[in-house]
Design a protein. Sequence first.
Length: 289
Amino acid sequence: MPVNKGEQTVVLSLPNGSSTEIYYYGATVVSWRAPAAGVQAPVTERLFVSSKSALDGSKPIRGGIPIAFPIFGPPQREQDKAMSQHGIARSSVWKFDHTVMDNEAGVSVKFVLEPTPEITKVWPHAFKLGYVVTLSVHELSTNLHLENTSSEESFDFQALLHTYFLCDASNVTVTGVKGLTYLDKTNNYAETKQEGDEVSVRTYTDAVYRDAPGLYEVKYGDGGGIKINTHGFKDVVIWNPQADAGRAIGDMEEGGWDKYVCVEPGWAVDFNELPPGGKWNGLQTLSTL
C-alpha cells in the first residue's frame, strides 16, 4: 500500500480507496476518507477543514486533527506565556521518521518533533514527541508518544487531539459522557453535571469533561457515525462555536460551524508531570460505524 511523501504532506492510501493526508507542518491530519463499516458503502471524507485555513505553514491549520502540546488553550501560567494558544506542536514542522507498517492490515507512519532553537525559546525542555498515524479500511489511529529525554529535570504538560468531525452540526450527537462533570467554558467555567445520554451542539458548546471514560460515539442524525476509543487521555472536550463565536474566528469559513463537531480527547484540565527519562502515550482510534 502506498506511502506517498510530497513536499508538504504525506498521503497514505489503501486499495479500497481509504486514505489519509498529513502535513509536516503541525503533523496535522487534514483528510481521512473511509467507508461506513459493514456495508458496501462509498469512501467519504470524515474530517472538516475550513476553506479559509492557511495551508502554507504561516499559521496553524483550522480543522482536521491539530495537536495541542504542551498546553491546551491560551497560556495561563507565567512559565507558559511565551507560547501561543495550544502550544508548539501544531505550529512546528515535524520530521518524517519512518514507515512503521505496510501490509494487508493497513499502513502506518511515524513523525517526530524534537527541540529546535525556536521551540527552546518558548518551552526550554528536553523532549521527543512521536506521532504514529495508522490507516486501515475503516479506522484511523493517531497516537502520541512523549519522552522526557533529560536525565535531571522533570516537566509537566497538557496534550490534546483537536479532531474536527465533518457532519451536519444541527443533527449530530455525541455519547459517552453521561454523569460526568464538565467545565462549561460558555458560562465562566461553571462546573456542571452531564445529565443526558446525548450531547448536541445546536447552540454554542465548549465543554471540558473531567476524568472521562475514553470511549465515545459521534452519531449522525441520518445514521452512521464514528466510534472514538482513547487511552492515556483523561479528559475530553466537545466544542462547536456556532455563529456568534464562530464568526470571531478569522480563518473559519462562513457557516463552517454548521459542518462539524469537535470531540477532543486530551489531558486538558490539569498538567501531567513527566520525570526524567519518563514516557507517556496518548492513543486515539477512530472507527466508522
